[in-house]
Design a protein around this ligand. Sequence first.
Ligand code: GLC
Length: 398
Amino acid sequence: MQNRFGLFIHWGLYAIPAVHEQVLARGDWNHDDYEALMHRFDPIRYDPEAWVRMARDCGMSYLCFTTKHHDGFCMWDTGQTDYNIMNTPYGKDVLKLLADACHKYGMKLSLYYSNPDWHHPNAYNALSTHQWKAKYPELTDMDAYIAFVKAQVTELLTNYGEIYTFFWDIPPHIEDKSINELVRALQPNILINNRGFDAGDFATPERSVPDGDRFPTMTEACQSVGENSWGYRAEEDYFSARHLMQSIDKIMAMGGSYLLNVGPMADGTIPTRSEQLLCRIGTWYNRTQIALENTAPAARTYSLSGGMPHIAVEKNGVTYFHFYRGLNSTAVTLLDDDIPKPCRAVLLNSGETLPIRHGTLPSKVDADTVARKQYYSIREIPVDEYPAEPLVIAVEWA
Ligand code: GLC
């Protein structure tokens, strides 16, 4: 994927109880009381251009918005159900306002759409998960529901300009290629994730950092700023910037993209804590971006001193060493015999050029012979000044 860092936004009626985006199923809410929240949804401080500028300032180039979450409430002017944003006190198409802001700033827009739908009477799918407590199993009519989904997808992919990716959520375990064919017919350049009605284009590891050095397929990982919920939660437990930056660094070094989620509050603003965390991450991201986006795996492996995990990638003849868990020492020594000569090393976190020492070490060949082995050491890395950040070192070769 061309775009590597995106803002995920979970926003809907669930921002009012401020517990969890699935509070209807997970809490003890009565269905009708929950749906009545729509008569209170009035995000008077909603400023989509501020969201877009915040994402841009963090180095993000796309944004993925929940058009309809599992509760079935639609955040756009849909003609397929009255359970939508136009019938709230706010009464404006929040998706349209967001799309306009994205297009104005050149921010790509992606759309999230939940397959489970706890409002639509025909949507119950026994093959899948996250269904509404089998409320209407006797009314199950997948053909009717899929016709509704297609009509909504047509609206979403016709009325809001160019859409970058389509994020289906919760695999329905029903194979129907005609649905993604419709998506592609409406938006020929779109990328589709793997949680829909066929395999789609890209994988979606969620809240995890997979093992390995390289993803085998196109991948977009997603994670939220807090560990409890994707939607706004008043008592959220936030991740450390360190944890999130380590995850982002490893996933991007593996060739993946990263969607980092925030849940705006019911008034339309992003919680201060979330924004501060994003800013902190953005500061690191903007400095190391060159090593995170559109690189190739290094053509060779490197044996390095210190034993800290690393992934090497390259671009335009420069090798970028990602020490996604930082370093334990102020030096990294290139230990291979056949190493090319490094002529410049820069710590991207600070922009400073690091000294390189060339030396030789005694190396035993056999009982009678000791040869001298060459080494290069990149030194004086200010590790204690960056205790929270993954360290990224750019190396140019002579
Ligand atoms: C899970 C959750 C859902 C959330 C999604 C984001 O599927 O069930 O609430 O929207 O993750 O990827």
